[in-house]
Structure formats: C-alpha cells, structure tokens
Design a protein around this ligand. Structure first.
Ligand code: FAD
Length: 499
C-alpha cells in the first residue's frame, strides 16, 4: 500500500513559494559538521526541506496546490538516537536556532510546520520497539514508530497484544506524534486516549538534558505527573524520544450493531445513558442525517457500535447497548463493516482543495449537559458563513461525563485573486469558520480540541481558552526553553504569529 500524503508543493515542478517567509537563521557549519559526525543525516536539499515543511493542515493543502509551503526549514536533520537529539538541541540552544520536531507530519493544525525556519528535526528514524513485558502488559517504544509497525509487532508477540490506539491517521502517524498531540484512536471508548495509555517518557529538553518522567509502575504519588506535562505540548517543551505505554491482550471476542435514531439528540442521549451505566464499547459513533447519507446511504441518524474484549465483558456491554437503544430502529450490523472498510481512507481531501472547495473538520469536547445546544449552535455558526455549502456532525468519542463532537464543513467562495487584507478568498472563508466556532467554544468554556491539538491554526484562541492558567504554561515554557527554540509559534506561544 502506498502511503497517501498531502500534495507535494514541488510535485508539478513549479518553483517553490513560501506562504510565511522568515529571515534566514542557519545553524553554524561547525555545529552541522559535529551533528553529521554523530551519525545523524543532514540535508539542505530544497525538495527534502519542502517535504519536511508541511503537514496535513488543510489550508496548507490549498497552498500546496499553488506550489507553496507554509514555511521552509533551513535544514532537515534526521536522527536515530536520543543522544543525537540531545546534541542537535544543545547546538541549537547555544546558537538560538528554532527546532521543529517533525514525525509522520499527519498533524492537521500546522504543528510540524517550521514557522521560523531553522531545523526540521525528523524523528522517524527513532523506530525501534524496545521491549514488550507480557506479564505487566507494558511496551517500551521509540517515538518515531508508525502505527502499522507497532501493531503488527504487538500482534506477533506470544498470543498477541494491542495498544488499542487506532487513529484514522494510523498509517501516517507515530507514537511521538500521538503523545505530542494528546491523540485519540477510534477505539478510545474502551482503550482510552493516548494520555491514558502512557506510563513514562524519555524527553530531551531544549538545552540537551535527557530526562525520564515517571515510569515507576501503573500509578504513583510522587509529586505532579511530569509525563503529562509533555503529553500535548506539541514539541514546545522538549522532544519525546521514548515512551512506556500500557497494552492489552488481543481481544478474543467482538460484537457489532447499528441503530437509526429519529434525531441526532436522541442518539446523543442514548450514548450518554450507555456510558452512564458503565458500558464502554470500543466504538460508539453517531452520525447526523447528512453524514449517515454520505457514509452509509441511509436516511436516519446512524449509531454504530463495536466492542471487543473478553466475551463476558462484550456480552454485558452489548446487553446495555441493546437496552438503551430500545427506542431506535435496529439496522443491519453490516453498516459497521462499511465504516471499518473506509475508516482510514484519507483520499478525499486533496481533490476537493484542488477544486477550490475549502473543507476541514473541527473536533471539540464538552459535557453532556451542553452538547445538544452546542451541536445546533456550531452548525448554525458554520452555516452562517458566506459560501458554506454543507456543515455536518458526528459524535466520535464518548465518556460518562461528555463526548467529542466532530464537525465537517465545506464551502466554495470566489475565484482566487480576490484579496481580504493579507488573505485570499479561500483563506478568509476558512479563518471565518474557525473564528466563529472557536469563539463560541471559548464563550461556552468547553474544549477547543479533543485530540487534534492546537498547532498554528488554533494558537490564537488558546490564551483566552486557558485564562490565567495560560500564564502558568508560559512560565513553564520560559523555564524549560529560555531561548524559545522549541517549535516557536505553536500552542499560542510567541508574538506575531502570521496566522
Ligand atoms: C486523515 C487524517 C486523520 C486523522 N485522524 C486522527 C485521529 O483519528 N485521531 C487523532 O488523534 N489524530 C488524527 N489526525 C491528526 C494526526 O494524525 C495526529 O495529530 C497525530 O498524532 C500526529 O502524529 P505525527 O507522527 O504525524 O506527528 P506530526 O504531524 O509530525 O507532529 C505533530 C506535532 O507533534 C510534534 N511532535 C511530533 N513528534 C514529536 C516528538 N517525538 N516529540 C515532541 N514533539 C513531537 C510536532 O512538532 C507537531 O507539533 C488525523 C490526521 C489526518 C491527516
């Protein structure tokens, strides 16, 4: 299988443009030479730099169609050991050079875009699976390991294991990227998000110091949990090179079911009641009528359920699901098969952007008490933007106290060339959609993101979202990275982000 990637800005041989140019800040030749001697690969080739300077941030897919990268790294350094990471960071810290950790580059918020140039630090060479402890059910793994390698290795050990982390971008993303963004897999209602799975990390700080966080067993009471400080930090506080994660024996039993609800609200309420009773089916996804038609070709609000675990647990879980869906129409469980067959298909985005259809998704999380109203308000906000053709929603990850909703919007606006200040028509439409929804989320004091993170795209909303605690985050950032070299311009840090 070939890995789908966003369009290369160099694919058609056009000359390379840079959406957000920066002043050149090059690492000294002496530093580059000693990094090269350590065994790390150093590249200043324009094609390599362009490829490492973009991710799956949808608006940048539109730019790539015009031959533009969002920003351009001055050099790409590809490492294979923690020691090499430490050496690169030491040199960059001494010389004040920005470092942007890059891994699968499947992030959708521009997190791995080297906004201020400098070094793109390619971590995909940290690709070893170090240990599987079958008794304690833990895994030690380097940060650059991709999903398929990880799961096929686990499946081959003893009677078979799984991490249970299956993001839609499973083929495109790495352990380090999952941790850096606080990612969620599609089976998270049973297995948890990545922050629930992690037991400890090896992290390289900006000055090259290597630390190990926690990793003292399943839980500890030894002060605040420093592991969680780096989980979700999106490479702004340090580079994760290794992780210890909790794993599970491969599930011996699986059951599937599907139901149709008269309204999205009724479906949401059934999900709430299922979780409230302690049932945690691995997959519990509810689609509105637009997405149900698009995905399953049926005219209702589809709920698909899949659970996997010990047979007794699956039986009990599905018994609760059956009771709480009594008021709904029972549908063929083959709808779950349809979802499984297409769940990692990422091919639709690029052709749409190339046809000047602006398309993106906004995921958020909120308590059950406000989800129903928020669903209507967010859809209304997206539909109120001039140019919106469609806005739809599904519920993707559920908890006893709330859930993640995932909104998709698509719009077509005027021809390129029309300018809104520094933005063209598509960018202006895109930003307006994000502004309306994010402002609403901050007003309602709910999570701006459940699993995609902040990156560049949501940076301007984070200080408001966190209030005074953003100051605490800023203080930690200054203490750990006094020279501001770690992924500058992300997570709301840094003045003057051009986006
Ligand atoms: C089609 C599609 C579907 C997706 N579906 C999901 C989904 O279901 N669930 C989900 O959670 N996400 C999803 N994503 C988003 C994305 O895949 C995740 O954010 C993923 O975790 C990013 O991993 P990566 O290895 O590609 O990291 P990158 O994109 O390379 O980096 C992401 C961020 O993490 C930082 N970073 C990367 N590695 C490290 C490290 N070792 N140490 C410190 N910082 C680091 C980078 O600097 C950047 O800020 C999807 C993306 C696409 C394109």
């Amino acid at each position: 299988m070939t890995t789908p990637t966003p369009p290369s800005p160099l694919a058609d041989g056009a000359s390379l443009g840079v959406r957000f140019p920066h002043d050149a800040v090059a690492l000294s030749l002496t530093a580059l030479e000693s990094i090269r001697k350590s065994g790390a690969a150093v590249s200043v080739d324009e094609t390599v730099r362009a490829e490492h300077s973009r991710d799956w941030w949808p608006v940048s897919i539109g730019w790539a169609a015009q031959g533009n990268v969002p920003a351009l790294a001055d050099v790409v350094i590809s490492v294979t050991t923690t020691e090499q990471v430490a050496m690169v960071l030491r040199h960059c810290n001494d010389e004040g050079i920005p470092v942007t950790p890059t891994a699968g580059r499947s992030g959708v918020c521009g997190g791995s875009v080297p906004l201020h140039g400098g070094v793109a630090l390619d971590l995909t060479g940290l690709n070893r699976i170090l240990d599987v402890d079958e008794t304690s059910l833990t895994l030690r793994v380097e940060a650059g390991v991709f999903g398929p390698e990880l799961e096929s290795h686990l499946a081959s050990v003893g009677s078979g294991y799984t991490l249970g982390h299956w993001p839609q971008s499973f083929d495109l993303s790495t352990v380090g990227g999952w941790l850096a963004c606080r990612g969620a897999g599609q089976y998270s209602t049973r297995y948890g998000k990545i922050e629930d799975m992690v037991r400890g990390l090896v992290v390289v700080l900006a000055d090259g110091t290597v630390i190990e966080t926690d990793n003292h067993g399943p839980r500890s009471a030894m002060g605040p949990n420093l592991t969680q400080l780096f989980v979700g930090a999106e490479g702004t506080l340090g580079v994760i090179t290794e992780a210890t994660l909790a794993i599970h024996p491969t599930a011996p039993c699986e059951q599937r079911g599907a139901w149709g609800f008269a309204s999205f609200d009724e479906g949401l309420d059934a999900c709430r009641r299922i979780l409230r009773r302690g049932a945690t089916p691995a997959v519990l996804r509810l689609y509105d009528t637009i997405e149900s038609k698009r995905t399953f070709d049926v005219d209702t609000n589809v709920l698909i359920v899949l659970d996997e675990a010990d047979a007794h647990i699956v039986d009990a879980t599905m018994a609760i699901v059956n009771e709480e869906t009594q008021g709904a129409t029972s549908l063929e469980s083959s709808l779950v098969d349809i979802w499984l067959a297409h769940r990692n298909d990422v091919s639709a985005l690029t052709p749409l952007w190339n046809a000047k259809v602006v398309v993106d998704t906004i995921e958020m999380a909120a308590p059950w008490g406000s989800l129903s109203d928020l669903t209507d308000e967010i859809l209304a906000a997206l539909r109120s933007v001039d140019g919106t053709m469609v806005a739809s929603v599904h519920q993707s990850h559920a908890y006893s106290d709330g859930a993640c909703l995932y909104f998709t919007f698509a719009g077509r606006v005027s021809e390129r060339g029309e300018s809104y200040g520094s933005l063209d028509a598509e960018e202006n439409y895109y930003r307006t959609c994000w502004d309306r929804v994010s402002t609403l989320l901050n007003e309602r004091h709910v999570a701006l993101s459940h699993h995609h993170g902040i990156g560049m795209n949501r940076g301007r909303y984070l200080p408001d979202a966190l209030g005074a605690s953003f100051g605490v985050l800023q203080t930690l950032k200054t203490a750990l990275d006094p020279n501001g070299i770690m992924n500058p311009g992300k997570l709301g840090f840094g003045e003057g982000s051009p986006w």
